[in-house]
Design a protein around this ligand. Structure first.
Ligand code: GAR
Length: 224
């Protein structure tokens, strides 16, 4: 059972790219919808947009290059040591595009979430929009899940769904879904910050009751 008691909850974010999901978290906090404190934004890319956003917001940043380490495990251990030193209680992967060493992430199981642009368990890994289109799927979506050693395989907390339009291409689909990601991720983090969600016995629990299926983002709220 992972209890996350403090208020505001101390959060670290890892991101490799532009950081629009981190921006959504910043925005939710700014309008009072997210009782959290950002203690670190870390990246494997020194030029990540997320780092610039963090600096502008006065959030401590960290950029480590994998090229400076002999292997994945050494890089991940250095990164996760710094995350631990930040005092973070929850680690949010918001577009962090690396596979994480199992031993490095083990202490964070139950305290680390990831947003992934597919309706997991469909389309783990890369090119999710392209694969959903190629499969002729009628719907697509995004998932927020607890991170375990299995890539994109940890228990799913919540999903947002969109219909795929006949004229969608990879770019239009990705852009439309991203807007939903920006609401889904803050909503899940808010639930965690309020102590409403936990990972126990390999299952997601909401308000002390295990979920039979992921929560759905629907009508501006997370619903069972
Ligand atoms: C988001 O679409 C997120 O779901 C995806 O990367 C994008 C990051 O965008 N994450 C993954 O693919 C993880 N496997 P952002 O940098 O603008 O937040």
């Amino acid at each position: 059972m992972s209890e996350l008691p403090s208020s505001p909850l101390r959060i670290a974010v890892l991101a490799s790219g532009r950081g629009s999901n981190f921006a959504a978290l910043l925005e939710a906090r700014a309008r009072g919808a997210l009782p959290v404190e950002f203690v670190l934004v870390g990246s494997d890319k020194a030029d990540a947009g997320a780092l610039a956003l963090a600096r502008d917001a006065g959030v401590p940043t960290l950029a480590l290059s994998p090229h400076d380490y002999p292997d994945r495990a050494a890089f991940d251990h250095a990164l996760f040591e710094r995350v631990g030193q930040s005092g973070a209680e929850l680690l949010v992967l918001a577009g962090f595009m690396r596979i994480i060493d199992g031993a490095a992430l083990a202490p964070w199981v139950g305290r680390m979430i990831n947003i992934h642009p597919s309706l997991l368990p469909r389309y783990r890994g890369l090119h999710t929009h392209r694969r959903a289109l190629a499969a002729g799927d009628a719907e697509h979506g995004a998932s927020v899940h607890y991170v375990t050693a299995e890539l994109d395989g940890g228990p799913v907390i919540a999903q947002a769904r969109i219909a795929i339009a006949p004229d969608d291409d990879e770019q239009t689909l990705a852009a439309r879904l991203l807007a939903h990601e920006h609401r889904l991720l803050p909503a899940v983090v808010s639930h965690i910050a309020q102590g409403r969600l936990a990972l126990r016995d390999g299952r997601v629990w909401l308000d002390g009751v295990p979920l039979d299926a992921p929560l759905q983002w629907c009508d501006h709220a997370l619903t069972r």
